[in-house]
Design a binder for this molecule. Structure first.
Ligand code: ZN
Ligand code: ZN
Length: 557
């Protein structure tokens, strides 16, 4: 039976370029999963958008002397361009700046208020006398009370990852002027997480299929006891509070950003011309997968579920396969120091599938992993080109040249050929299972070991020798490997969509890889092949030194 699969992906702040940490953390795994589910014939809705609100945007705007809207628009366009080039196949990538998003957020706010999950209280808010304004949490910097990190932000400590309130920080300063803020009372709204603690514990207890890293960090917060959380702020850039007397305040960015999954689903439905089309993706028989980096876990395994429980009638997340971090050349990625590989910069010089391959085979699924240019080069040349690309190219060009541009007719298959096709069928099922449970590294490894097996078979059968004395044996060998390549074309598609589409055409199939779906289809005997080109490009050793020299200097464009 066809399922409804919601693929919800973290909303990037529209205050800077995307880098490989974003891609390995959320966007690539989400895309692999969405492509796989579409091949399976399921109904897929993959949504996200630019987060235009929040202080990261206003800080950037102040730095560049532009309006927050100009900054948000610039990076939103750049994001769309990157998705296109890297093949990240969103059904909708919108922004938090739409009228629809404001309406859905305000409805979430009002409903939670009516249902008793939001209350009003007077609270202390940091006020900078020099800047003469209330400071958003990110503008307040101080020492983390949990780990002693001296540069913690008022909303979260980047060192230990704990969510914070500015009043918890020790020795605070204003990020804008380095002055000392004072705390003044201000009236705000709070999400009553304490009232949902028990319900959340019961729900998390049932999520035994979550990754261990996600479960353990979620239980850590639950065991410490949840605290109520402010959902409004004294700022002017954001979604308005739908109540009189609060015109000077806005809804806190985290509250509206998570609501974005719902508002984007509704916007997508409107664009389909059917305003109810989003509903099957939010019913309890649908499955919602949330692809995020580990620093966002708390918001997706506890806060968003709490909001959905309080709202009522909407489906809670089924899985939150949060990834760990990607380091760069052995050091922690840092956008402020330009210690990052920026996606627009990468895409100017290298192929999308090469990056998709590297980041999947090194995906930080259960532990942090590292990107280095040296590893990227070796991964591209020794695995993608030498193992997979070479297999495909050898068998296609040899068949094309020696069998009049068509798939050879094999006659009876021998034991070795049958054995290899059995391995291909087993691999197909194993990759299916791995992809369905978000084990992307494992799925790619299985594909590559099938390619290796096929290379060994080809070396043993040596069609370039048998062609002279035994055409039938040669036909059998080539046909068998073309069958394996047809399987790999499908099982590699979620990872390497550009190459699989080319391969689909080279093999002489009609339509494209996406339309064929998740099924084994061998080429017909005598099927016309298209003149093949190499799928991947070998990179020169010199790029490692060149790229390393650029590291730390190249900005996000
Ligand atoms: Zn800390
Ligand atoms: Zn100040």
């Amino acid at each position: 039976m066809k399922e409804h699969i919601l693929v919800a992906v973290a909303w990037p702040y529209a205050n800077g370029a995307l880098h490989l940490g974003h891609i390995a953390g959320a966007y690539l795994p989400a895309d692999i999963f969405a492509r796989y589910q579409r091949l399976k014939g399921n109904h897929v809705l993959m949504v996200s958008g630019s987060d235009q609100h929040g202080t990261p945007i206003t800080i950037r705007a102040e730095q560049e002397s532009k309006s927050p809207q100009e900054i948000a628009d610039k990076y939103h366009r750049q994001f769309l361009d990157c998705w296109q080039q890297l093949g990240i196949s969103f059904d909708l990538f919108t922004t938090t700046g739409t009228e629809n998003h404001a309406e859905v957020t305000q409805d979430m706010f009002t409903t939670l208020l009516q249902n008793g999950h939001i209350y009003k209280a007077t609270t202390l808010q940091a006020y900078c006398p020099t800047c003469q304004r209330f400071l958003a949490d990110r503008y307040v910097v101080g020492t983390c009370p949990h780990c002693g990190f001296p540069n913690a932000r008022g909303d979260q400590c980047d060192e230990c990852g704990k969510p914070l309130d500015p009043t918890e920080l020790v020795d605070i300063t204003c990020k804008v002027c380095s002055g000392t803020p004072r705390f003044e009372s201000s009236e705000h709204f709070f999400l009553k997480l304490t009232g949902l603690q028990k319900q959340l514990e019961d729900w998390v207890t049932g999520q035994t299929h979550w990754r261990n890293t996600v479960l353990s960090s979620t239980w850590k917060y639950l065991n410490e006891g949840l605290k109520d959380r402010a959902i409004s702020r004294d700022i002017s850039w954001g979604v308005k509070i739908p109540l009189p007397g609060f015109e000077e305040k806005r809804i806190y960015v985290w509250f509206e950003a998570v609501t974005g999954y719902l508002s984007a689903s509704k916007e997508w439905a409107k664009l389909q011309g059917d305003e109810t089309a989003w509903q099957p993706f939010w019913h309890e028989d649908a499955k919602g997968y949330y692809f995020i980096g580990k620093d966002n876990t708390f918001f997706h395994t506890l806060i968003w579920p709490a909001m959905l429980m309080g709202y009522g009638g909407l489906n809670l997340p089924y899985d939150v396969p949060a990834n760990e971090f990607l380091t760069i050349e052995g050091s922690k990625l840092s956008t402020s120091r330009n210690w990052a590989v920026w996606l627009p910069d990468y895409l100017q010089r290298y192929a999308p599938d090469a990056l998709r391959y590297f980041l999947t085979s090194n995906m930080p699924e259960n532990a942090d992993s590292d990107f280095s240019w040296d590893k990227f080069l070796r991964c591209n040349n020794n695995e993608l080109v030498a193992t997979y690309g070479n297999l495909v190219h050898r068998v296609l060009t040899f068949s094309y040249r020696n069998f009049k541009g068509a798939v050879p007719s094999p006659g009876e298959l021998d034991e070795q050929s049958k054995k290899l096709l059995d391995v291909a069928a087993e691999t197909f099922d194993k990759v299916d299972k791995a992809l369905g449970s978000c084990k992307f590294r494992e799925a790619l490894r299985l594909n590559m070991s099938l390619a290796q097996e096929a290379n060994r078979y080809l070396d043993v059968q040596a069609p370039w020798k048998t062609i002279k004395e035994d055409v039938e044996a040669t036909a059998r060998t080539l046909y068998t490997v073309l069958c394996v390549v047809s399987v790999l074309k499908v099982t590699m598609y979620p990872f390497l969509p550009f190459s699989s589409d080319k391969l689909h055409a080279y093999l002489g199939f009609s339509g494209n890889a996406r339309e064929q779906g998740w099924k084994i289809q061998y080429p017909a005997k005598g099927q016309k092949l298209e003149q093949p080109q190499a799928l991947f490009t070998k990179l020169d050793d010199s790029i490692v030194a060149e790229e390393k020299a650029r590291m730390g200097h190249i900005t996000g464009l």
